[in-house]
Design a protein around this ligand. Structure first.
Ligand code: NAD
Length: 474
């Protein structure tokens, strides 16, 4: 039995799971705690609590504006604990503190506030004038929320904020690496007055996730993670005709046009192409450079990466922290070796020798002379590895941008904004930035092709948690 390590029915309770998983600080390799590796029995207890709150409490029948009040309160509590959450996330996954502080202190509360505003304006019923039909928007019920480790609190808030204002109840299954911050969020929910059973947390890995996806008491799944796991969740949900929102990986392109302001581009390289040590789904890791400006683009990318300090993610000067785990470090290093073998040239970094003695660090690497069919240009690496690919014309650039299994994001850099916008419209992706990339809370975010199904954020991100019901002749 594990000491009070799950959050079920409004309480921290011990898990039934016998096995523990050990968590490590990726910056040092030191042990930071253990969490239970839950299976069907613990997942079943969490689903039962969520089911009870969905079926037998007044939560789903509160006015949306009342639930919005709880979500606003959650935003305030999370903001108040922003520094604790930021330090915890950085300790768990190595996110540089300069990124986790604003994420936890400002961004995550803003996500909850956004959904609270949407909820306050939500009309749960309307009458269609032509037929007099009453159209209701009914909460879907119990939502299983499965999240990855790379942006754990914001990716959870995309789902939980929507689920709560819609009137759903939730069972959260965070990634193993970031289980502790999910449990801290559950404490915030209690402090915000969210009723027992409305939000529950079970820990564990693939088995816990799978048990949640397959549980008959779950009405929908919202998942963010890899395309491979997304496919298996999509198949399991398809079998059960269970709705699923799937936010998966990416291999996005930053298209640098021949009239781009290269100083501006250089300043954007880290945030657009390799944020959070390259561990962000929308990272534009393929940089498409016109042959006429190829050397200048390579210089801009290399100088941006060279100037970005690598080290302890708690140090505010650091830009590249560790990657999340030893396994992830080894996978990234294998991709760097594959890039060299396939004939790309290393413009910066490229060492896969064990450098530091402690922690899971990778040498930030820039490849030049990359062909778009090389594995480094096709596979999601999820680390600080950039590929600069030459192109001849705007048409060639769009062909290369879209020549990928994924379709999550992209960015176009150019001084002629009308031309950049015209090219942005030709990306086969769910989102595109012009001269920068910033996910906006009021606009739908998500991907096409292997990047997933459905959208989060914006009113489109609330819709999956509401089921329409038409009552004719009302
Ligand atoms: P992952 O797919 O390995 O795991 C994601 C979550 O699913 C974890 O909680 C994991 O425990 C759980 N899981 C694993 N196997 C499962 C199974 N068979 N059934 C149910 N649940 C299962 O991904 P990760 O390594 O945690 O995260 C990195 C990936 O997430 C990258 O591919 C990245 O691009 C993607 N991502 C996408 C977005 C987006 O919004 N599109 C955002 C962030 C990350």
């Amino acid at each position: 039995m594990h000491a009070r390590s799950l959050f079920i029915g409004g309480e921290r309770i011990p898990a039934l799971a016998g096995e523990a998983q050990t968590l490590h600080n990726p910056a040092t390799g030191e042990r930071i705690g253990t969490i239970p590796d839950c299976r069907e029995d613990d997942v079943g207890r969490a689903v039962a609590a969520a089911r009870k709150a969905a079926d037998a409490s007044d939560w789903p029948s509160l006015k949306p504006a009342e639930r919005a009040g709880f979500v606003s309160a959650l935003a305030a509590v999370v903001a108040g604990r922003g520094e604790d959450l930021a330090r915890l996330v950085t300790t768990e996954n190595g996110t540089p503190i300069t990124r986790s502080m604003p994420a936890q202190g400002t961004r995550v509360p803003a996500i909850y506030s956004y959904f609270a505003e949407l909820g306050a304006r939500l009309e749960p019923e309307e009458t269609r004038p032509a037929s007099g039909t009453l159209v209701r928007r009914v909460p879907v019920g119990v939502a299983g929320l499965i999240t990855p480790w790379n942006g754990p609190q914001s990716l959870l808030a995309f789902k939980l904020g929507a689920a709560l204002v819609a009137g759903c109840t939730a069972v959260i299954k965070p990634a193993v690496e970031t289980s502790l911050d999910a449990l801290m969020l559950a404490e915030c929910a209690t402090e915000a007055g969210i009723p027992p059973g409305v939000l529950n947390v079970v820990t564990g890995g693939a088995d816990a996730g799978q048990a949640l996806v397959e549980h008959p008491g779950v009405d929908m799944i919202a998942f963010t993670g890899s395309a491979a796991v997304g496919r298996s969740i999509g198949a399991a949900c398809g079998e059960r005709l269970r709705p699923a929102v799937l936010e998966l990986g990416g291999k996005s392109a930053a298209l640098v046009l021949d009239d781009a302001d290269l100083d501006h581009f250089r300043r954007q390289v880290i945030s657009v192409c390799t944020p959070n040590t390259g561990q962000v789904c929308y990272s534009c890791t393929r940089i498409l450079a016109p042959t006429s400006l190829y050397e200048e683009v390579v210089d801009a990318v290399v100088s941006a990466v060279r100037e970005a300090p690598v080290g302890d993610p708690m140090d505010p000067a650091v830009v590249f922290g560790p990657v999340v785990s030893a396994g992830q470090r080894d996978r990234i290093n294998a991709m760097i070796e594959a890039g060299k073998k396939e004939g790309a040239s290393v413009a910066y970094g490229g060492s896969t020798a064990p450098g530091r003695t402690a922690g899971f660090f990778v040498d930030p690497t820039v490849f030049r002379d990359v062909h778009n069919r090389m594995s480094i240009a096709q596979q999601e690496i999820f680390g600080p590895v950039l590929s600069i690919i030459p192109y001849d014309s705007d048409e060639d650039a769009i062909r290369l941008a879209n020549d990928t299994a994924y379709g999550l994001a992209g960015t176009v850099f150019g001084r002629d904004v009308a031309r950049a916008r015209r090219l942005a419209r030709q990306f086969r992706t769910g989102t595109v930035g012009v001269n920068g990339y910033q996910v906006c809370l009021d606009a739908p975010f998500g991907g096409v092709k292997a990047s997933g199904l459905g959208r989060e954020l914006g009113p489109e991100g609330l819709a999956p948690y509401l089921q329409p019901q038409s009552i004719y002749g009302y």
